[in-house]
Design a protein around this ligand. Structure first.
Ligand SMILES: [Zn+2]
Length: 65
């Protein structure tokens, strides 16, 4: 019984680690500044793309699912 509980805790811990907090967004490839979502999104070929903008104003569409 004790072993069973330990296994469950381990599974829960792995689950927590495995769940991403958010879509990981790379910094702008041009100037390496932080990309922030503009709130715009669109559908393309069955995927959802979200619009991101870096601090210098470069705009990128990033697949979020
Ligand atoms: Zn940029």
């Amino acid at each position: 019984m004790r072993k069973f509980t330990t296994c469950l805790s381990l599974a829960a811990a792995l689950l927590l680690v495995g769940v991403p907090a958010a879509v990981e967004v790379q910094p702008c490839p041009i100037d390496k500044t932080t990309m922030t979502p503009t709130g715009n999104s669109r559908q393309e070929e069955g995927k959802t793309l979200a619009e991101y903008k870096c601090e210098k104003g470069h705009v990128y569409w990033i697949a979020v699912d």
